[in-house]
Ligand binder design. Structure first.
Ligand code: FES
Length: 132
């Protein structure tokens, strides 16, 4: 059994290893859909993208993102998942209905950090190397 903490709802639930996150949320009366999501959700088939959650802790304890998630969540940070596509494999903390603007900001910061990590820092070369 693993622990799933729903932060906004201040509720912790137990789940079997391999549980589907959307199913566990619904089973425990956790509302993962916004108003529009309630009207347009696909029933957990990975088609609508309305079951977005942000994993605050334990993202490493989940199944890898699916191809559908990569497509639907391309403007969201790597911590965001589609609950219906997510299999729980360890303890996690979840934020339901994450704010879109905050998510976009977090995704941009993540992209900038990744870009900075891949660029070669020429300025940090030792002075002795330049003198040779
Ligand atoms: S419920 Fe439609 S994508 Fe998850």
């Amino acid at each position: 059994m693993v622990r799933i903490k729903f932060i906004k709802e201040n509720k912790e639930v137990e789940a079997a290893l391999g549980s589907n996150l959307r199913f566990k949320a619904q089973e425990n009366n956790i509302d993962i859909y916004t108003f529009v999501g309630k009207l347009t959700q696909c029933g957990g088939y990975g088609q609508c993208g309305t079951c977005v959650v942000d994993i605050i802790e334990g993202v490493e304890n989940l199944s890898p993102r699916t191809a559908v998630e990569e497509k639907k969540l391309r403007k969201r940070p790597s911590s965001c998942r589609l609950a219906c596509q997510t299999v729980v494999q360890g303890p996690i903390s979840v934020e339901t209905k994450p704010d879109k603007k905050a998510s976009l900001k977090k995704a941009k910061a993540e992209a900038a950090q990744a870009k900075a990590a891949t660029t070669t820092p020429e300025a940090s070369e030792p002075a002795s190397a330049a003198a040779e």
